[in-house]
Every structure is written in structure tokens, then in C-alpha cells.
Design a binder for this molecule. Structure first.
Ligand code: ZN
Length: 184
């Protein structure tokens, strides 16, 4: 069966960090989790922002936003100024109205979900809004780049965790053990 998700890991991180982590690595080899429109559709479904009719323009927009978020994340963990063009791109997406609910009374009261623009534009707007909160708020101090060998993922630190996942923690401990016990 074809891999429709692109294989990007989902770590339960904030949406914008999950998007950043669609650039990932397997045993140190960089992987693109958003190689095709199908990958993007699969990833959006996995993060519960399902979209239909995902096309090449949607893919290009998602990858551009992803790369902007990665640059914001890199600057944040390195304590450097946020790149202005990445900030602008995030703000442009965040300014696109996303979803809201309307009250209907015809005559029985009910709510109706509405959104502006296409599914993908709506999803990218929600992800950008998450990026605004993350990079502009106190959680930015807890953003970490995983220290696992060859790993390129970001995560929000809780406790003293230095790794995105148990797998990376185990690999890092094994690498340290190997380095300590290697004859010099
Ligand atoms: Zn990792």
C-alpha cells in the first residue's frame, strides 16, 4: 500500500511544531514528509484538519509555511532574532479567517460550522495562529531541538526531557555509552 502520510512523526506537540517536524530524519538521513499533495492530505487528516481536493499549490503553501516555522524554531532555540520574512509569512496565514460557528434559528436554534477559503487555507491559518501563540508567548522558552543523534525534530520541553521521544533518548544514551567505552 502506498504511504499516504509521508511518514512524518506525530509527537503530540503544538500544531505548528508538528508541521515543522514534517522535516525529519531516519538514522540521520533527512526525509521530506510533505513530498506530495497526498502526503499533505494524509498529514492534515492525522492532525484532525481534514482537507479535500489538496493540490500542488496547497502543497507549496504548506511547505513554505513549514519552512518558515522551522526557521522561527531554529532562531528561538538559538536565542537569535526571528527572521522577518518568516514572521511575515506566518502572519499572512494567521490573518486569513479560519473557522467559526454561526448561530442559526430557523426556527429551531442550532450552530453551523463555517470557514473562509478552502480547506487547506483554513488549516494553514489555524497552524499559523498556533505559531503566533507559540513564538510570541511564554512557551517559546520551552521549545527545544532534539539532542538525539541525527534527529532534526523540535518539541516543547516538559520536565528535564532533552529528546523528542523515548526512541531518541535511548539512541542518545547508547551513543554516550559507546563514546565513553570506546578505546582512545
Ligand atoms: Zn529526536
Amino acid at each position: 500500500m502506498a504511504d499516504v502520510s509521508g511518514g512524518a512523526p506525530l509527537l503530540g506537540e503544538p500544531l505548528s511544531i508538528e508541521l515543522a517536524n514534517t522535516r525529519y530524519a531516519v538514522r540521520g538521513n533527512p526525509r521530506e514528509g510533505l513530498d506530495t499533495a497526498d502526503h499533505l492530505a494524509g498529514w492534515l487528516r492525522d492532525v484532525r484538519l481534514p482537507a479535500s481536493g489538496v493540490d500542488a499549490a496547497d502543497l507549496a503553501a504548506a511547505v513554505a509555511l513549514r519552512d518558515a516555522v522551522r526557521r522561527l524554531a531554529a532562531a528561538t532555540v538559538d536565542d537569535e532574532p526571528l527572521p522577518a520574512d518568516a514572521v511575515d509569512l506566518v502572519n499572512r496565514h494567521a490573518a486569513t479567517p479560519a473557522r467559526w460557528r454561526e448561530l442559526y434559528a430557523d426556527p429551531e436554534p442550532r450552530t453551523v460550522a463555517r470557514s473562509a477559503g478552502g480547506d487547506v487555507a483554513t488549516a494553514l491559518s489555524e497552524i499559523a495562529a498556533d505559531a503566533v501563540d507559540l513564538f510570541g508567548g511564554p512557551r517559546r522558552h520551552d521549545l527545544r531541538a532534539c539532542q538525539g543523534p541525527g534527529c532534526v525534530l523540535y518539541f516543547i520541553r516538559s520536565g528535564r526531557r532533552e529528546w523528542c521521544s523515548h526512541g531518541c533518548g535511548n539512541r542518545a544514551r547508547a551513543a554516550r555509552h559507546y563514546a565513553r567505552n570506546r578505546p582512545t
